[in-house]
Design a binder for this molecule. Structure first.
Ligand SMILES: [Fe+2]
Ligand SMILES: [Fe+2]
Length: 409
């Protein structure tokens, strides 16, 4: 999984985030790619003293890492879906080919650090440093979330479908590597995430398998487009290369692309999730949730994107359009994101979200705040509904035609 998440719509104040307690690194031991031991203590970032003040609490973790979520699903239903005796659509030959690709492990030796990292981190000061740390934290959490979900799926599907199970395990290897690399990046800033603690302390969002497929497919593909876009931009504009991690994005994003392709194969093996009117409604819903969440999140962090020489909104629209084009190959319907009205709606949502943040930060009493928020939340919801109801684009894979006799005339 990559640095994106699905969480409509919880405003987070950038100031609140910059002032929050952060974890202070003490030691990190990476035992093997799928196992982390991290020890950390908390200190206030506004205080430059190196003395640890207190152990972090669950609340502090929650506050500092609001949006990237951890997912869980109905593993029994997953087992049924991948039982070759029940599901005759499972193309085992395709999964075996994918497994061989994962076993090749193209990026086995890719994630090797050098001294440039620490030097670059030491040079980064002021607001960019803080927003950069937040980027690393959020990305690490998102990658780690993929690791946990895939690892569990690998474990649970072992008996019913060893090939699919092994692919999940190898994807969890990739995500562990990504999360570990980002966490190492945090160590350049004298910080670390306690991933073991995070595993236990964070709330898990439950999605039925069908929704896990939509959400995870989108998350992998949007992650691919985010990473490759940043990589290409920095290659063309090396003066913005503030930290060497971006140089790794080209091969890194190929992992995300492969993960997305695997979910694409999984969905093709479950045509009931792609070929009816409900599937079209859910596909559009998940596209909207993922795109809006990213747009609102990124617009609250323009300092980060501007710090690496990007225009936040242009970057996001590029990523949304490309992800949508890729997604249209598999989802039965997608949003018409290239219609200028879609961007206008996103921009209005950003404005409303900013007003919501301002209300949240005001000195009003909680009751007054809530009353002020009501019209704003309803305005946001109407924009979301209006965006959802825009005429969609019918799409989907031609391979599915054989499962859709009602569509063949
Ligand atoms: Fe990843
Ligand atoms: Fe991934």
């Amino acid at each position: 999984m990559a640095a994106t998440e699905l969480s409509l719509v919880k405003p987070i104040s950038p100031m609140q985030k910059l002032n929050r307690p952060m974890l202070k690194f003490s030691t990190v031991r990476l035992l093997n790619p799928s196992q982390f031991r991290v020890m950390a203590t908390a200190t206030d970032t506004t205080n430059t003293s190196t003395t640890p003040k207190k152990k972090f609490s669950k609340t502090e973790i929650k506050e500092s890492l609001l949006t990237p979520r951890f997912y869980t699903t109905d593993f029994d239903e997953m087992e049924q879906l991948f039982n070759t005796e029940i599901n005759k659509n499972l193309n085992q030959a395709e999964f075996e080919a994918l497994l061989n690709e994962f076993k090749t492990d193209y990026n086995q030796t890719h994630f090797v650090r050098n001294k440039e990292f620490k030097e670059a981190a030491d040079k980064m000061q002021g607001p960019l440093r803080q927003i950069f740390v937040e980027f690393l934290e959020r990305s690490c959490t998102a990658e780690f979330s993929g690791f946990l979900l895939y690892k569990e799926l690998g474990r649970r599907l072992k008996k019913t479908n060893p090939v699919v199970a092994e692919i999940f395990s190898l994807m969890s290897r990739d995500e562990a590597r990504h999360a570990g690399f980002l966490n190492k990046g945090l160590s350049d800033f004298n910080l670390a995430l306690d991933l073991g603690f995070l595993t236990k302390a964070r709330k898990y969002t439950f999605f039925k398998p069908k929704f896990i497929f939509y959400a995870t497919y989108l998350s992998e593909k949007i992650g691919y487009w985010r990473y490759i876009t940043i990589f290409r931009h920095l290659k063309a504009n090396p003066e913005y290369q503030v930290y060497p991690i971006f140089k790794y994005f080209e091969n890194w994003c190929q992992d995300e692309n492969r993960h997305g392709d695997f979910f694409s194969a999984l969905m093709k093996a479950q045509p009931q999730f792609l070929n009816d009117w409900k599937a079209k409604l859910w596909s559009r819903f998940f596209c909207l949730s993922v795109y809006v969440t990213m747009y609102l999140n990124d617009c609250q962090r323009t300092e980060f994107y501007e710090g690496i020489g990007l225009n936040t909104k242009e970057f996001d629209m590029h990523v949304i359009i490309e992800t949508n084009r890729t997604t249209a190959r598999i989802f039965p319907a997608v949003l018409d994101v290239e219609n200028p009205e879609f961007k206008r709606k996103l921009d209005r949502m950003v404005e409303i979200n900013e007003q919501l943040l301002a209300v949240g930060q005001s000195n009003d009493m909680p009751l007054v705040k809530n009353l002020k928020k009501i019209p704003l939340i309803s305005a946001l919801v109407s924009e979301l509904i209006a965006a959802y109801l825009m005429p969609p684009i019918e799409s989907g894979s031609v391979d599915l035609a054989e499962f859709e006799p009602q569509l063949v005339y």
